[in-house]
Design a protein around this ligand. Sequence first.
Ligand SMILES: Cc1cc2nc3c(=O)[nH]c(=O)nc-3n(C[C@H](O)[C@H](O)[C@H](O)COP(=O)(O)OP(=O)(O)OC[C@H]3O[C@@H](n4cnc5c(N)ncnc54)[C@H](O)[C@@H]3O)c2cc1C
Length: 407
Amino acid sequence: MAEQYDFVIIGNSAAGLQAIRTLRKHDQLSTIAIIDREDRPAYSRVLTPYYIGGHILREGLNIVDHSFYQEWGITPVFGHSVVSIDPEKHSLQLSDGRKISFKKLLIATGAEARTLPIATQRACVLRHMDDAEKLVDLFQNLKSVTAVGAGLVSLPLLSHASDQAEKHLVVGSNRIFSRVVDAETSAILEDQLQAKGLNIHKQNDITEMVEAEQLQLSLASGKQLSSDLLIVGKGVNPNTHLATEAGVEVADGILINTNCRSNHPDVYAAGDAAEGLDFITGETTIQGNWMTAVEQGENAALNMMGIECHYQGSLKNNITEIFGIEVAAVGYCQDDVAEIITSWNAATGRFRRVFLDEKQRVVGANMIGETNDAGLYYQLISTRSIFPGKQMLTGTANYAQTLFRLE
Ligand SMILES: Cc1cc2nc3c(=O)[nH]c(=O)nc-3n(C[C@H](O)[C@H](O)[C@H](O)COP(=O)(O)OP(=O)(O)OC[C@H]3O[C@@H](n4cnc5c(N)ncnc54)[C@H](O)[C@@H]3O)c2cc1C
């Protein structure tokens, strides 16, 4: 006999957690289960590099604790994988053979880090807590560390490795962060990172690796590197296989409409596993950030309850600190916009680059040096606001007044 719930969520992270919070906020009576193969309360993947670097304790990663689920009247089913879904029968099966039935299902299964076809204990990806624990050990006594792929995993991890370690970054592209910032922003950031001791090997790849006392890495350029650890940060693959096998429509991610619903009326998807509209380009994309997962989780939950709600589309939203430098990229930040306005103070290191469309509306912003106005740019972009003026770039504007005037 299957356990029965009104709402079932697969994935206890950004999207799934926001979904259960939203469901409970509006509905205290329905039965809700959240399933995750990881046997722990929800934690922040975003903060794992800080844990690995010894800046925060493991408990500091937790977003909620075990009591949260009980207090909110949610049934946690942790430590079990979902192995199949039958949307027509409204049921799914767990790895231990148990069956769970649902009226509405949210697939918030996220993504997996891409690995390299290599067999060594000294190469590691970072996606889950188990990876983080492995990296805590690998970070001990590092003399040299190399990362391949320049994104939100490699750079924060390199920056948290010991100051004494030699640090190398191998990038396939001709610049770092090419997916989220424009070429000029990349160039300024690269200069700052190199000044902090990072060796950047662009338009390059690792062609061969030999295990010796240290890993011997051969680069496509012909250069040889010796490293104690190889961090693999080559992007992610969305967890879509359950959906595909269930006959739910999948492109790169699970295709969702503006209700975060799949092509099946009772199956929804959100977060890194889902492919929905980009707010600026209007194209479907997997945004791959925490904020999008939260927004889609909330939107899905509202629609699962029958509260009709349209998600206006997701934005790129990356805010991080690398080598002591704050960096943020919000929205669409590429050279092909109608106008770009730049403010750069070499003395303070404060850099702002704002991207405008043909109607002078803000569509994107890159920030280096300090990022405390990233939320303001997020709001300007998501409300399709006209750029309020250059005083905003130099930090001289009264932000509260700026916002007030725009509303
Ligand atoms: C090191 C690192 C740094 C990052 N930094 C940033 C940052 O600075 N800013 C930012 O916005 N984003 C960042 N991200 C990305 C961000 O963490 C993700 O966008 C976000 O976690 C997506 O949330 P999600 O709920 O969609 O999926 P996930 O967080 O991937 O969670 C999916 C959950 O589903 C579970 N699951 C999957 N398949 C099954 C199954 N078959 N059965 C049961 N459970 C299953 C998994 O165990 C997992 O717990 C970072 C990610 C990493 C790894």
